[in-house]
Design a protein. Structure first.
Length: 49
């Protein structure tokens, strides 16, 4: 397996995990609890630029 294939596989797995976690958070109604702190942490970084 080449380096490109390894990176592509890793990106695909990471994408699948993130989509699955997002789906789980929305279905269980805990999306606000998950994304609230994340938004507060990212605001200064995004708005500071």
């Amino acid at each position: 397996m080449s380096s490109h294939q390894k990176h592509l596989t890793l990106m695909t797995v990471m994408f699948t995990v993130l989509v699955s976690l997002n789906f789980f958070a929305v279905i269980t109604g805990k999306a606000d609890a998950v994304y609230g702190p994340l938004t507060e942490w990212l605001k200064p970084i995004i708005l500071g630029r």
